[in-house]
Design a protein around this ligand. Sequence first.
Ligand code: ZN
Length: 254
Amino acid sequence: MAKHNCAICGAEVGLLSEQKLADGNFICRKVCSKKTFKIFDKVHATLDDVNAHIAQIEKGTKIWNEVFVPLQKTKNKEEKLKQIHGLKGVLGYVSPSTGLMAFIENRYKIFIFGKSTLACVYRVADLYGYDYECETKKDSEGKEINVHYCTFLFRNTTGMYAPRIELGSSADYAQIEKYFNTLFGIQKTLRNSVNNAKRQLDAIKAAANAVKGAVDGTLDEAQAADAVGAMDASVYGDRTQWIAKADAALKPYQ
Ligand SMILES: [Zn+2]
């Protein structure tokens, strides 16, 4: 039987104690694998991805303890955390006052009382997707059940940038979608279409100017960036305030 060495700690691993990564490296299940979130997809990750994810957890856990934990007890309404509804195993929290959000995994110790919490912290401004997925699985009695997920997608993020979170029901997803659409001012209903139409008009105007510039041969980079920015705002909402808040909150951790 071929023996390998853990690419992180160097421990010798075998068939039962190794986790193979996408780039052919192996890591040990006993120590190094446990430094990652259970939902982190190691099979499709390279060693660089795993190391980036471990660094993300080290930094995230520090920010969780210093920023989020005190806010869990706040009496100030503006600073309250929003727990994302209906998550299993991994819990999600949004901190609108700091522009940050976190996913946490609690590790319960068996012999020592208490728990330890691992966290990945993200900038709300980087959240560019929250999509619903449903899979049919067989439960322990062989009965088919629907399992509901929300896949969050973060830009500008290394490590775990697309956490896929299991939900209790599709109604839980509807709540998550509504919450973030509201947070970003993304309106999908006709009732709010005035705001939306104005934003789309801005986007179209900016794009038209950029195209005109390209035809005239006078397209400059600022104009092109304006066009992309306006398009983004019409689809994803205006992120300016979310960027500013997160920059301020993360300053001590740069
Ligand atoms: Zn190891």
